[in-house]
Write a protein that binds this ligand. Structure first.
Ligand SMILES: Nc1ncnc2c1ncn2[C@@H]1O[C@H](COP(=O)(O)OP(=O)(O)O)[C@@H](O)[C@H]1O
Ligand SMILES: Cc1ncc(COP(=O)(O)O)c(C=O)c1O
Ligand SMILES: [Mg+2]
Length: 284
């Protein structure tokens, strides 16, 4: 049985990390093999804080060895990594990707480089950004950074669409074959823009801007999961990008209509598979 190995955070309450990614992938018909990097009561952007802890890096290695022993790494179609709990876990992910690719050379490595953004309140342990920039992002087939993470990887500021295209070119020259930028802050105020860059070209996807009292968290993790699943299903980056944009909008719209902070992936589950509101994707 084929599946996707998803190595991310787990939250007891709400939706971030695997708690944002696993259900949408399952709802799209994929077997998901989650490995949790941390187990927290809730995501790290609650002002009241959170409880729980990171698992040991050896836990990842040992769980992957167990999967290897039962002969299942050859069935792994993709490794998806997201929020990490320690710098050591980044080494365990590197090891995991190498093992999976040795067992299945066609397997994809999709890296959502969650680096933390103190201004947004996203808190990540020290040393992780360095490992992402120097090791995990260069070895990934697909990276799914937000604008800040892309500018860190490309070592340049991004203040315009032209800058974003240039930064994606820098990123593509460092190893990945595809870059999906989850939100371009400087493109439009009315529309919310995402960009996809591959060796073949660049695309801009737009969707209406929704108002929130507090910006939802785990949206990046949802986007990475939607794109991974759709790319595996369709084998076409532009089509996967378009579906990902529409499905993400549907989940956010449901979240906004219900006045919730946590993503409404369950309420919007049908829309994840077949979004009803479709938005344009433009080749740049
Ligand atoms: N249509 C939309 N309207 C308003 N905000 C949106 C929309 N789509 C996504 N967002 C917001 O964009 C953010 C996700 O993008 P970004 O910050 O770039 O990535 P990440 O979540 O990985 O940090 C989330 O805060 C999410 O609420
Ligand atoms: C536990 C946890 N996982 C994952 C994330 C990443 O969330 P996002 O998809 O918004 O980047 C966060 C952000 O705060 C988090 O606290
Ligand atoms: Mg993120």
């Amino acid at each position: 049985m084929k599946g996707i190995l998803s190595v991310q955070s787990h939250v007891v309450y709400g939706h971030a990390g695997n708690s944002s990614a696993v259900f949408p992938l399952q709802r799209m018909g994929f077997e998901v093999w989650p490995i949790h990097t941390v187990q927290f009561s809730n995501h790290t952007q609650y002002q009241e804080g959170w409880t729980g802890r990171a698992f040991a890096a050896e836990d990842i290695t040992s769980l992957v060895s167990g999967m290897e022993a039962i002969g299942q790494l050859a069935n792994c179609e993709a490794v998806l990594s997201g929020y990490q709990g320690s710098a050591e876990q980044c080494l365990a992910i590197e090891d995991t990707v190498k093992k999976v690719k040795a067992a299945n050379p066609k397997a994809l490595y999709v890296c959502d480089p969650v680096m933390g953004a103190p201004d947004k309140g996203c808190i990540v342990a020290p040393g992780i950004a360095e490992h992402l920039i120097n090791t995990l992002m260069p070895m990934a087939d697909i990276i799914v950074p937000n604008q800040f993470e892309l500018s860190q990887f490309a070592s340049m500021e991004i203040n315009s669409l032209e800058d974003a295209i240039k930064a994606c070119q820098v990123a593509l020259n460092k190893g990945p074959k595809m870059v999906l930028v989850k939100h371009l802050h400087s493109v439009s105020n009315e529309m919310f823009s995402m960009m996809l860059a591959t060796q073949e070209g660049c695309w801009l996807a737009q969707r209406p801007h929704l108002e929130f009292d507090k910006q939802p968290v785990g949206v990046g993790d949802l986007i990475s999961a939607l794109f991974t699943g759709q790319y595996l299903a369709k084998g076409n980056a532009e089509a996967a990008f378009s579906h990902c944009n529409d499905a993400c909008y549907a989940v956010l719209k449901e979240t906004s209509l219900r006045g919730e902070w946590e993503l409404q992936t369950i309420a919007a589950q049908n829309e994840i598979v077949k979004p009803t509101e479709l938005f344009p994707v433009e080749a740049l």
